[in-house]
Design a protein around this ligand. Structure first.
Ligand SMILES: *Cc1c(COP(=O)(O)O)cnc(C)c1O
Length: 227
């Protein structure tokens, strides 16, 4: 059942778009079922829950942390997390770098850009992020690899608005990925490759507007039960 849903979604995704199965609030049995059907990338947004699931489930799962991450909790996921989606401050980037170093790892991350209308969503404003990337300040964090952008659109039925927000993120991605270092003109952030946007309700719009990584939960696992 879960695997059928995953396969159905995958059939609608253009080639090159990766699927993160967002398993937050869902039990390990459901994740195991998706795993048995071949899914390997799972997304979680609470540190304690992720650590518990990591301990129990197969070790070749690629765990993505997709939620708002508090700096004091980075240490718990640093040893094993595959990708941190939502870096929303330099402070957090610095802490991820520090914890990655302790583990002898380089942790891949995405920068979160705030394009939605809601104030409640986290992330850098587009101009702020561009300025930060242009500053080159991130280059001192040698144990993180900044691989792209993540965003969430406004929760609305207005498809044109959602499309506009994803386009804004796409434009920013292009700007960031074409930054070059001064004199010799070499690219200094060649790792840029991932555009993480699109959830259950808006992923078809997201893939039309530049996404190459969608984060889908309820469409795969059903409604979440919040305890
Ligand atoms: C929960 C969550 C998702 C998945 O949401 P669905 O609507 O269930 O697909 C995607 N991205 C983030 C950041 C989330 O927190």
């Amino acid at each position: 059942m879960i695997s059928e849903r995953i396969n159905r979604i995958k059939q609608t995704l253009p080639e090159g778009v990766r699927l993160v199965a967002v398993s937050k609030y869902h039990p390990v049995e459901m994740i195991q079922e998706a795993y048995d059907g071949g899914q390997r990338i799972f997304g979680e947004s609470h540190v304690q829950e992720l650590v518990q699931k990591y301990d129990i489930l197969p070790k070749d799962i690629q765990w993505h942390f997709i939620g708002h991450l508090q700096t004091n909790k980075v240490k718990y996921i640093a040893p094993f997390v595959s990708l941190i989606h939502a870096v929303d401050s330099e402070h957090l980037l610095k802490e991820i770098d520090k914890q990655a170093k302790k583990c002898g790892r380089i942790i891949p991350v995405l920068m979160q850009v705030h394009v939605a209308k809601e104030e409640t969503k986290f992330g850098f404003l587009p101009d702020e992020l561009l300025a930060f990337m242009q500053s080159g300040a991130w280059q001192q964090y040698e144990n993180v690899s900044i691989e792209g952008l993540m965003c969430m659109a406004t929760n609305t039925d207005d498809k044109a608005e959602i499309a506009r927000e994803f386009e804004q993120a796409k434009k920013l991605f292009v700007q960031c990925s074409s930054l070059r270092s001064g004199a010799d003109g070499t690219m200094f952030n060649v790792q840029w490759k991932t555009r993480s946007w699109g959830m259950s309700d808006d992923y078809p719009i997201a893939v039309q507007h530049g996404s190459n990584m969608v984060r889908i939960g309820s469409l795969i696992f059903g409604e979440r039960i919040y305890k």
